[in-house]
Design a protein around this ligand. Structure first.
Ligand code: GLC
Length: 653
């Protein structure tokens, strides 16, 4: 017997070791990029394989949004199985390099080689004096306009407004479409208005100067585009490809986008071929036009075996040959200077000669290891202003405070940091609000239902069972159902309210801050009141019949019976239910994550969602653990307090 145990133990250890040692993803180098439009990357990789048959590259098509692809890379680094070729946006270098996830490329990408590339694109690959990224393609925000409909493109906000007033005909033809969704693209768009008004997020001395008259002008101008109906409300859910599709269908006179769209708009089958012009983005009178610097480059993940192989691919993917393929097939702007004057490229993109100057003047987004966090703050609040749920002044103040907290955060110890962590304060308040409304309501409702269920009536067992159903359903499934029910305008709730005459038009449940908090509390009530019911019902049944009878004989009415007998004897049960419910409500994650993801504008972002993001999006495990421990201590303290209070009441009785 003993021998058999030992044998199996040995066998399992052997198998685990074998599994752990198994070579992962053998010799294949993986990279994650957006959908391979035009098969451009497939062609680059095919040509590379022809030259280097022993090295295999696997292009993984990821989501369009840069943030989501960044999260995919971060997860791969944290998992210990990093994706070998890191195809990075300009804004990722600082974070990835500071995280120790990238291999420095100085020995391969020498200063002489760097000379051949656009200086801004090269600079985006540096972090603390070392280079980690070779630019594959550059990008700069531009204004596209309908050359066939507008006599002269605008340069300033004022000229732009006049054209909108005169030529746009919403809802058939809007004035402009842009990237208004809550994601990185919105930050790029916002910065062009901010810089174009002479503003900044962080000044060269590292001070946060966003909350300024220029910031206000930029936000107000963007909001005005929607308020006046010059941009469709739908831009709130637009990324680059949605804007391009609306513009190609003739739905707008202008579009803010990157230069790649030119190639697509001028394809043989494009209805707008030859009808579109492209100019620098508009700016406020008296200031200059500044495009956001974008672009993509390749780096190597630390820990890759034989990094020379990865370097061979990077060398080829950034060569003149590869950059031309990427340009012709998907309109990518080259990162090699000479290509802006290349006859083949000028033949299809004659504006490239001028584009060179514009790209050279493009401005980079703030460079900081915490850029994802800075960007998240900007995304949330600019989006809230566009949606009309936050005023520009309020949004600017919150953004500035939150970014200040982020910048100072890493320098401070954890304790001090708590004091300046704006996101922590905000999410804590949301959590307290959520808990302090949902738990008492659940108790009142739960107690009423439990009292009703003690009465004798036909079908009581069935009703008792039915009451439990919401509690038995998986939270994620339930939250998804509520998401549909609260939907505007297609949800059943809005439909009912309008039909019954309680509302004139559909209500913005999930896209307004108070509506979203209400929806979250409502869904939670529905889901967890049954839990309170079961516990209180058990308590009610445990009260001895003789006691009830004797207090009735003493002539006590129902109210006196309840307050002098039932409730005090229920206290031990109330105590259990209360502790469970408070712990659960304060630690809410799944319901809100599925229902609203914490939005809009952070109005439902609970503490645990924040802690999760600190750990896995901002990669600050230490701070996340510190917050978790504090949270745990607070819950333990509160549980003691509840026990103390309810015990005193019980003993007195
Ligand atoms: C483009 C840019 C990139 C930017 C992104 C935003 O891909 O090249 O720098 O972050 O758009 O959507």
């Amino acid at each position: 017997m003993n021998f058999r145990y030992r044998f199996f133990a040995f066998l399992s250890i052997f198998l685990v070791v074998l599994l752990l040692r198994a070579p992962s993803k053998a010799e294949v180098l993986r990279m994650i990029g957006p959908e391979d439009v035009g098969g451009a990357w497939a062609e680059v990789i095919k040509r590379f394989h022809e030259r280097h048959p022993l090295i295999r590259v696997n292009y993984i098509s990821g989501p369009w949004s840069t943030d989501e692809r960044q999260n995919m890379y971060i997860r791969s680094f944290l998992s210990g199985d990093p994706v070998e070729l890191v195809y990075m946006d300009v804004t990722w270098t600082a974070k990835f390099a500071a995280g120790g996830w990238l291999l420095p490329l100085d020995e391969w990408f020498t200063p002489e080689m760097q000379q051949e590339f656009l200086s801004g694109a090269v600079k985006a690959g540096y972090y603390e004096g070392r280079i980690y990224r070779v630019p594959v393609r550059a990008d700069v925000g531009m204004l596209y306009y309908r050359r066939d409909l507008i006599p002269k493109p605008p340069r300033t906000w004022g000229e732009f407004e006049r054209i909108c007033q005169r030529y746009s005909r919403p809802p058939d033809v809007y004035c402009i479409v842009f990237q208004g969704m809550q994601y990185e693209g919105l930050v790029c768009d916002f910065l062009e208005y901010l810089w174009g008004a002479g503003g900044e997020v962080i000044d060269p001395k590292g001070r946060v100067v966003l909350d300024s008259p220029q910031g206000l002008e930029a936000l107000k101008f963007m909001r005005k585009l929607i308020e006046r109906g010059w941009a469709p409300k739908a831009v709130l859910s637009f990324q680059e490809q949605h804007s391009l599709s609306a513009f190609s269908q003739g739905k707008a006179l202008f579009m803010r986008n990157w230069p790649y769209a030119w190639t697509i708009l001028n394809r043989q089958d494009s209805p707008l071929r030859g009808k579109v012009g492209i100019v620098p983005f508009i700016h406020k009178e008296g200031h200059e036009s500044v495009g956001t610097l974008g672009g993509w480059g390749l780096g190597i993940a630390r820990g890759v075996k034989e990094p020379e192989r990865a370097w061979k691919f990077i060398e080829f993917a950034t060569s003149t040959e590869a950059q031309k393929i990427l340009h012709f097939r998907r309109g990518a702007v080259p990162s090699r200077k000479a290509l802006f004057f290349d006859p083949d490229i000028l033949k299809v993109s004659p504006h490239y000669r001028d584009l060179y100057e514009i790209v050279m003047r493009a401005r980079a987004r703030p460079v900081h290891p915490d850029y994802p966090r800075i960007s998240d703050t900007l995304q949330k609040h600019v989006s809230a202003v566009l949606a009309g749920v936050e005023g520009p002044e309020e949004a600017l103040k919150i953004m500035a405070r939150s970014i200040e907290g982020t910048l100072r955060g890493r320098e401070e110890g954890y304790l001090k940091r708590i004091a300046i962590d704006y996101d922590l304060r905000r999410t804590l308040l949301n959590t307290v609000l959520f808990t302090s409304i949902s738990v008492p309501l659940e108790f009142i409702l739960g107690l009423l239902i439990a009292l009703l269920l003690t009465a004798q009536f036909r079908g009581r067992s069935f009703v008792r069972l039915a009451v439990l159903i919401p509690w038995a359903l998986p939270t994620a499934v339930m939250a998804m159902s509520w998401q549909w029910m609260f939907n505007n305008p297609f949800g059943v709730l809005n439909d009912l309210l309008v039909r019954v005459g309680l509302a004139e038009r559909p209500f913005d449940w999930l896209s307004s801050p108070s509506g979203a908090m209400f929806a979250a509390i409502f869904a939670d009530l529905w889901k967890t009141t049954p839990f309170v019911v079961i516990i209180l019902l058990a308590g009610l049944h445990s009260i001895p019949q003789e006691l009830k009878e004797s207090i009735s004989i003493d002539g006590a009415g129902p109210l006196r019976r309840f307050f002098h007998l039932t409730f005090p004897l229920l206290l031990p049960f109330v105590r259990v239910a209360l502790i469970f419910r408070i712990i659960h409500a304060a630690g809410i994650f799944d319901l809100i994550w599925v229902l609203t993801k914490g939005g809009p504008a952070d109005s439902t972002r609970a503490l645990c969602i924040y802690i999760y993001e600190v750990a896995f999006r901002y990669d600050e495990l230490g701070y996340a653990i510190f917050l978790t421990v504090l949270f745990l201590l607070a819950l333990i303290g509160m549980s003691f307090l509840i026990v103390r209070l309810t015990t005193l009441g019980y003993e007195r009785t």
